[in-house]
Design a protein around this ligand. Structure first.
Ligand code: COI
Length: 355
């Protein structure tokens, strides 16, 4: 860490109104950068004023999308502590994504210390407000100027910070979902389990079409048989059926969400039966028919828990939990955000305090 260079901004920005942040529209005063070359490995770890970066138009990221990213949040607890939520999991996943995209991995402890320093410097950007947080976006891009399709020989890592409100303007409010049958997000052997830009790019068309038809998100089915549920929008998905909670197993095309893992651990600690297994759309329809589909919700860092109020599959429209936020969804939301914000005990050791 003694190699971390810091240049503080001389032009601090005006902060946005904490009541109207939206998601990812404002950025703090500083950013973290680090470069990679074959000769030097990862080097030049710096915190510098936030601003544009210069890249060659032939930089490989622009052409073949060799990129990975992460998302986590910083909070200030009522005791005034600065905390992150399970950052070790995000950094582990960043490296797993790097492996899949043939990007050199980073030292997670060096990166965590540097991110902590960045958050410390821009601590005043943590917005007030129960549902607000400072979103941390680490990402790595291929920077070598070359049009050959191969792994780049140079990379840039950046970490930017954004004060955010709830991912959905409505906050924890049930959303309507369109079960996507035409497009797929990921498939066996693809990059679905990695957090990489192309997965999100591939989802935009379906998302736009769903929006035009009055739905908030799409429910993604598997790319082989279009039969098994995979994710919802950019989140993992859970269903409560007949007393059991199920979530699609990590098949290789599903992102291993940190909130997903936390929900599973909490449910187990509460003695609620939870299973990671294949869930077909027919099973959900059948459970709904029998009145056994009790709740459905998405999980992610951005929205935490996003209840699903209805699902449309072909001509069938299924209303879930009477279109309201289910009891379990609300309990999970309150518990996870309570732990994140230091309002609840942290028996599983998920809070990471920035010194
Ligand atoms: C999340 O739910 O944390 C996400 O991954 C969404 C993000 C791409 C904005």
């Amino acid at each position: 860490m003694d190699s971390l260079y810091i240049e503080l901004s001389q032009n601090l920005k005006e902060k946005p109104n904490a009541d109207a942040l939206g998601f990812g529209k404002y950025f703090s005063d500083h950013m973290l950068t680090m470069d990679y070359s074959l000769e030097a490995g990862w080097h030049d770890l710096k915190i510098v004023p936030y601003g544009p970066i210069a890249l060659d138009p032939s930089a490989m990221v622009f052409h073949y999308g060799q990129e990975v990213f992460e998302g986590m949040k910083a909070y200030r607890t009522s005791k005034g502590e600065l905390v992150l939520f399970r950052p070790d999991m995000n950094l582990k996943r960043l490296n797993a994504s790097c492996e899949r995209l043939s990007i050199p991995t980073v030292d997670p402890s060096v990166l965590l210390q540097a991110i902590s320093k960045l958050v410390n410097i821009d601590e005043s950007w943590i917005p007030s407000g129960e549902e607000n947080a400072l979103y941390i976006r680490p990402f790595i891009i291929a920077t070598e100027p070359c049009l050959g399709v191969r792994a780049s020989h140079t990379y840039k890592l950046l970490v930017i910070l954004s004060p955010v409100g709830p991912y959905y303007p409505e906050g924890i409010h049930p959303v309507s979902i369109y079960v996507e049958q035409r497009y797929v997000r990921a498939f066996r052997g693809g990059t679905g389990a990695a957090k990489t830009a192309s997965n999100y790019a591939a989802s935009i068309k379906a998302q736009e079409d769903a929006k035009k038809s009055g739905f908030s998100q799409v429910l993604w089915l598997d790319g082989v048989e279009s039969k098994y549920v995979e994710e919802v929008g950019s989140m993992n998905v859970f269903f409560k059926m007949n007393g059991e909670v199920v979530t699609p197993e990590l098949s290789g095309s599903i992102l291993a969400g940190v909130t997903r893992d936390s929900v599973i651990a909490l449910l187990k600690s509460w003695g609620v039966p939870v299973n990671e297994r294949k869930v077909s759309i027919e099973e959900l329809v059948e459970a709904h028919k029998q009145g056994l589909l009790e709740e459905a919700f998405g999980t992610g860092t951005a929205a935490v828990i996003s209840p699903i109020g209805s699902m449309k599959w072909g001509e069938l429209e299924l209303s879930i939990a009477g279109g309201k936020t289910g009891e379990l969804s609300k309990k999970l939301y309150d518990t996870i955000t309570g732990i994140q914000r230091g309002q609840l005990d942290d028996p599983l050791g998920w809070r990471y305090t920035i010194e």
